[in-house]
Design a protein around this ligand. Structure first.
Ligand code: NAD
Length: 357
């Protein structure tokens, strides 16, 4: 089995290196090939998603991705900016379902900004649709306002849209995932204001008829944001569109105290996927050796489970991560008094050592 390794920019190479060490320490051996992406792709080949990198990702069984982006590329034209690589990969690999678990390890309950009783034991999964919505809808742009009170002024505009097929396939992923967990699904929309999301709600309700064992409820996105902070443990699986999912999954991430702990998977219709930490390239700490590699290591575990059918190996990695937290090892982002502060490489080595035990 072949894994495309795309470290990217900022802390990407540092954290991916640790995940590769962990993969190499498993009983199974995988063929791994590295390629530049994002700013590194632009430097190497003049494009954030060089053709050779895309081909490698297409030919591989799974992709392990670090992160892309750096402020120094902010002046490049949009098509050449590092973040375009993620959009290009999602589009070309037809990745439409983004799975982001938010789990609070008991050892880290104190790292959350919320009271321990509100968050300890949190285990929710946000499923975000990735290919539709206002992020890709056409037309979009800046134009002269054609009518109304601002006629003649410039205006920025985007198009929110979802095709029925797009809603049905993400709904199926969500119901099937909920079946494997607590059998509760919350579909988040803004049906009270947006036609697109009234349509979303109707289609999700229709798909529900095929999954009578799953309890479905619908929630407006503003209420969902409120409930995530007020009583997050009420949720099991949440499914929502691209933009709401983008925002809610970051909010859910912070419930757990550190974005450095959270993995993610983006899947196509055949469970081939791209696996990456939920955070960005953290240019503020890049090169300092202090980034938390656990989100990337846990992303590798998700890759083993969802794309490579190696659930046992995934369990071993997750158990090793729990073990290093129980040992009291902490990167600075999750450090509290009484624990031992370690850097990126030490944390990776500790996970490898825990695997061997
Ligand atoms: P970010 O997630 O990179 O950083 C936010 C904060 O979290 C920073 O203080 C950072 O130091 C900290 N942080 C993030 N990951 C960490 C880790 N593993 N360990 C310890 N601390 C960590 O978000 P940002 O600062 O808004 O964006 C920085 C760059 O990343 C931008 O160029 C942005 O476009 C890009 N970005 C990329 C992705 C991706 O590659 N998928 C996602 C989000 C943002």
């Amino acid at each position: 089995m072949k894994i495309a390794i795309l470290p990217g920019d900022g802390i990407g190479p540092e954290i991916v290196e640790q995940a590769v060490h962990v993969l190499n320490a498993l009983d199974e051996q995988f063929e791994m090939e590295i390629a530049p992406v994002g700013g590194a792709g632009y430097e190497a080949a003049g494009h954030p998603l060089p053709e050779a990198t895309l081909k490698l990702a297409q030919d591989a069984d799974a992709v392990l991705f670090g992160s892309v982006g750096d402020w120094k590329y902010d002046t490049l034209e949009r098509a050449l900016r590092p973040e375009q690589a993620i959009l290009g990969l999602r589009k070309n690999l037809k990745l439409f379902a983004n799975l982001r678990p938010a789990i609070l390890y008991p050892e880290l309950a104190g790292a959350s900004t919320l009271k321990p009783e509100v968050v300890s034991g949190l285990d929710i999964l946000i499923i975000r649709e990735l290919t539709g919505d206002i992020y890709f809808g056409q037309p979009r742009g800046v134009r002269e306002c054609p009518d109304g009170p601002f006629k003649g002024e410039r205006e920025g505009f985007d198009t929110m849209r979802y095709a029925e097929t797009e809603i049905r396939r993400i709904a199926h992923v969500a119901f099937q995932t909920a079946q494997k967990r607590g059998k509760r699904l919350t579909s988040v929309d803004k049906a009270n204001v947006l036609e697109t999301f009234q349509f979303w709600k109707d289609i999700v309700s229709d798909v529900h008829r095929e999954y009578p064992d799953v309890a479905l409820d619908h929630m407006y996105v503003d209420n969902a944001a409120m409930q995530l902070v007020r009583a997050p443990k009420k949720f099991d699986v949440i499914v929502t569109g691209n933009m709401f999912g983008d925002i809610l999954s970051d909010a859910a991430a912070m419930l757990t105290g550190s974005i450095g702990m959270l993995p993610s998977a983006s899947l196509d219709a055949n469970n081939k996927g791209l696996y990456e930490p939920s955070h960005g390239s953290a240019p503020d700490i890049a090169g300092k050796g202090i980034a938390n590699p656990l989100a990337t290591i846990l992303s590798a575990a998700m890759m083993l489970r969802y794309s490579l059918n190696k659930a046992e190996q995934a369990d071993r990695i997750e158990a090793a991560v729990k073990a290093v937290l129980a040992q009291g090892l902490r990167t600075p982002d999750i450090y509290e008094a009484g624990t031992a502060k370690v850097g990126t490489a030490e944390m990776g080595q500790a996970v490898v050592a825990a695997l061997a035990r």
